[in-house]
Design a binder for this molecule. Structure first.
Ligand code: NI
Ligand code: MN
Length: 229
């Protein structure tokens, strides 16, 4: 089965595999680099790594419009429930746990960051591991570097890792390269950079992990991953 990844921009990723359409951190409205509108994707599943607005983004609108199931922290799912997202559209989880899904599974792992929405605590920030179409993706969320990325890599053996490299709020390109060397995915895709000009770095030429293929994707660009597994 072919599995296609589209980089929406910032940390927003859209994965299509057969009937399964998964949006991760769908920040589209207000995303200065996004080339699509939120009503141009139709996810039946949405994964949210943490509560910051540049990650929750259009989750509520997309989930309501597409009857998507949302996988996120207990606290984010609770918040979405208060916003009238139906119980059968919420799949709460937390770091260390795996959730079975119609497309495969989602596992949450730790991230070193913060997580709030409108000043409200939204649980732990997390990375998400998504297995679909025989391919394992590790979306690191927003995080600093941590040594257990090596362990996460050994456990889940991700084919593709989305690694934040924009500095200031996450790793920069150099530490992001160290993260890729710890995780050892087949392909590393840099995210969370160049979005808010002057705030996150634009130049990620130092993102050169040894032994890991780097795939830089422009916002709106798609990639058929099929061959990677
Ligand atoms: Ni954040
Ligand atoms: Mn962020």
């Amino acid at each position: 089965m072919s599995t296609k990844v589209t980089f929406i921009g910032h940390s927003a990723v859209y994965i299509e595999s057969g009937d399964h359409r998964i949006a991760i951190d769908p920040f589209i409205s207000g995303n200065p680099v996004a080339t699509i509108k939120h009503n141009e994707i139709h996810p039946n599943h949405i994964v949210v790594t943490h509560g910051h607005e540049d990650h929750v983004g259009d989750t509520l609108e997309l989930a309501s419009a597409n009857r998507s199931v949302v996988y996120a922290s207990w606290e984010i799912c609770g918040y979405l429930g208060e916003q009238r997202l139906a119980e059968n559209q919420r799949q709460p989880g937390n770091a260390g746990g795996k959730i079975k899904a119609p497309f495969g599974w989602v596992a949450f792992v730790q991230a070193f960051h913060s997580s709030s929405h409108g000043g409200r605590y939204m649980g732990q920030p997390m990375g998400a591991i998504v297995h679909v179409g025989g391919i394992t993706f590790y979306h690191c969320g927003d995080t600093g570097l941590f040594g257990d990325m090596k362990l996460i890599g050994e456990i889940y053996k991700p084919d593709v890792a989305f690694i934040p490299v924009g500095d200031r709020f996450t790793m920069g390109p150099e530490l992001g390269a160290m993260a890729a060397e710890l995780i050892k995915p087949k392909v590393a895709i840099p995210i969370h950079y160049g979005t808010f000009s002057g705030f996150l770095v634009d130049d990620i030429s130092a993102f050169r992990p040894k032994g890991v293929e780097v795939r830089v994707m422009r916002p709106g660009e798609s990639w058929e991953v099929g061959g990677a597994s």
